[in-house]
Ligand binder design. Structure first.
Ligand SMILES: [Mg+2]
Length: 370
C-alpha cells in the first residue's frame, strides 16, 4: 500500500457563542479536514485547527503546507511507516496543526486498514476517559451556573476555569465554581500567560482554599526566572501548554523546573510526537493531560483514542468536549459525554466517518456547494 495523495479541505462551522480567553476571542471553527489517500482505496482522517494566535497558521497556510510540502514528501510512502513519515517531514518547522493532522490521519488509516481502533493498535485498554469541561470566562455566577449544569446534565466532575485577565474577578470566579460543584470535583485554572509571575502567586494564594489541581500557563513563559520561581513557590503543579507545543519545548520546560505537567494536544503533535512527550513526562514523573485546541469532534475523537492508548494519560481527566461549542459537526455519529466521561470507539482508527453532505455544506473552497 502506498500514499497517493493528501486532501486538505478548509471548512468553517459557527460557534454557538464566542470563545474568549486571555489572548483572543474565536467565533467560528475555521479548520481544515485532512484525508490521506492510498492506492488500496483505504484512507485516513485528521483535522487541523487554524490558530493564528498560537501557531501562526491560517486555513490557507495549512492547505498550502500540505499541498506544497507534506504531500510531496509522503507520496509513495507506506502509510504504516508513521515513524518514517514523521522523520521525512520534520524539516517543516512550525505548521504544527498541519503536521499533526497528517500524522493523526496516518494513524487513523492504519486502524482502517487493519479493522482495529487506534487505541487498541497502540496498545491501550482504557475504555473511557473522564472529561474536563472548559468553562467560559464570564461573571462568577454565570460561570458557576455553567459548571452546575454540566455536573447535573452530563455528570461532569472535572472543570477548567479560564483566568488571567483580572485577578479579583478570577478569584471570585474560582470560588463560585467550587461552591457550585462541591468539594469532590476537580478544578484547575488556565491563565494563558495573562498574569505576571507575582500576580499569579498572589491570585493562587487567594485561591488556596478552593483546592486547585494545577495551574496552566500562569505567566509569560519567556519570563524564565519568574516562571521557575513561581513553580517553586506553589504547592500545585504548573502545566505547560502553549509554551510546550513540541517535544523539544516540553523537554526544556520540564527539565528546567518551569513545569511539572504537560498538556498533550494531538491536534498539534499528532500521535507520534505526542507519544514521545508522554514518555518524557513519564520519565520525569510529570503529569500529562489531554488538552484541547477548540477541537472538532474529529480532533476530540483523535485525542480520546490517543489518551486511551496511554495509561499515564488515561488516568487523568481530559479536555475532550469543546465541540459542544460547535453549531454542527462533520462526523456521522456524534460523540456524547455520559456520566462525565467519553467512551472509546470500537470502530476502526479514531472511529469517525465524515458526513459528505455536511462537508459540502461547510467547506469554503472551490468544492463548496453553491
Ligand atoms: Mg491552555
Amino acid at each position: 500500500m502506498q500514499i497517493t495523495s493528501i486532501e486538505a479541505v478548509p471548512y468553517s462551522i459557527p460557534y454557538r457563542s464566542p470563545l474568549a480567553f486571555a489572548t483572543g476571542v474565536l467565533t467560528s471553527a475555521d479548520h481544515v479536514l485532512v484525508r490521506v489517500h492510498t492506492d488500496d482505496g483505504v484512507h485516513g482522517v485528521g483535522d487541523a485547527a487554524a490558530r493564528p494566535m498560537v501557531y501562526g497558521e491560517s486555513q490557507e497556510s495549512i492547505v498550502t503546507a500540505i499541498r506544497d510540502w507534506l504531500e510531496p514528501a509522503l507520496t509513495g510512502l507506506d502509510p504504516f511507516a508513521v515513524e518514517e513519515a514523521h522523520a521525512r517531514t520534520s524539516w517543516v518547522v512550525a505548521n504544527n496543526t498541519a503536521r499533526g493532522a497528517v500524522d493523526v490521519a496516518l494513524h487513523d488509516l492504519r486502524g482502517r486498514a487493519t479493522g482495529l481502533p487506534s487505541w487498541r493498535l497502540l496498545g491501550g485498554t482504557a475504555r473511557a476517559i473522564r472529561v474536563t469541561r472548559m468553562l467560559s470566562m464570564g461573571e462568577p455566577a454565570a460561570t458557576a451556573e455553567e459548571a452546575r449544569a454540566a455536573a447535573e446534565e452530563d455528570g461532569i466532575t472535572s472543570f477548567k476555569v479560564k483566568v488571567g485577565v483580572d485577578s479579583r474577578a478570577d478569584v471570585a470566579r474560582v470560588a463560585a465554581v467550587r461552591e457550585a460543584v462541591g468539594d469532590d470535583a476537580t478544578i484547575y485554572v488556565d491563565a494563558n500567560h495573562g498574569w505576571s509571575a507575582e500576580e499569579a502567586h498572589r491570585a493562587l494564594e487567594a485561591m488556596r482554599d478552593h483546592d486547585l489541581d494545577l495551574v496552566e500557563e500562569p505567566n509569560p513563559a519567556e519570563d524564565r526566572i519568574g516562571r521557575r520561581r513561581l513553580a517553586q513557590l506553589l504547592t500545585i503543579p504548573v502545566m505547560a501548554d502553549e509554551s510546550a507545543p513540541t517535544l523539544a519545548d516540553a523537554a526544556r520546560e520540564l527539565t528546567g523546573g518551569a513545569a511539572r505537567a504537560i498538556s498533550i494536544k494531538t491536534t498539534r503533535t499528532g500521535f507520534t510526537e505526542s507519544a514521545r512527550i508522554v514518555a518524557l513526562a513519564r520519565a520525569l514523573g510529570a503529569r500529562a493531560l489531554l488538552g484541547n485546541q477548540a477541537d472538532s469532534m474529529i480532533g476530540s475523537a483523535a485525542s480520546l483514542a490517543f489518551g486511551a492508548a496511554h495509561p499515564w494519560v488515561a488516568r487523568e481527566p481530559g479536555e475532550l468536549d469543546l465541540y459542544t461549542l460547535f453549531t454542527d459537526h462533520l462526523v456521522a455519529e456524534p460523540l456524547r459525554v455520559r456520566d462525565g466521561a467519553l467512551q472509546v470507539s470500537e470502530r476502526p482508527g479514531i472511529g469517525v466517518e465524515i458526513d459528505e453532505d455536511k462537508l459540502a455544506r461547510y467547506r469554503t473552497d472551490a468544492g463548496a456547494r453553491p
